[in-house]
Design a protein around this ligand. Sequence first.
Ligand code: NI
Length: 178
Amino acid sequence: MALRKIVSLEDPILRRKANKVADFGNNLQKLVDDMVETMLDAPGVGLAAPQVAVSQRLLVVRLPDDEESQKEYGKESGVLYVLANPEIIKASKDMVEGVEACLSIPGFFGRVDRHESVTIKAQDRHGKPIRIKASGWLARVFQHEIDHLNGQLYIDIASEIWKAAPEEEADEVPPLAE
Ligand code: NI
């Protein structure tokens, strides 16, 4: 496994619609492992392949598993999700407002409306079809990452964007950044 460089806002790859994952061979397995390592190291709760300069429809997500997160997110905390070619096939009418950050836009936060719950059809890292129902923060992270695969960033849809205070940058960005 190896850490990969997370590209930032200026990189045009973040604005491209990523290509469908077609080959689930060794290169993809290595990419998945590297993305997981890079996400945990950042640290962040989600990472999409374009953020490590690979234009593939692939994302990894893992909510933290510290005691507080376990209380709040129960069995979802600490679960590693690897999704190839994800598609939202059902989304709640209910929208919820929440605060997001992005590993490709360090030092900023934004207020974003997301569907409260979504059902996602995808493939696992070996190409096997999977279906996931998510709500709350997990649903928010999936929506943020799927947007990355379509060249969209949270700052495009945020109702408000602000710069993190220096102490926030140190303490609060990590658990939220995607
Ligand atoms: Ni992001």
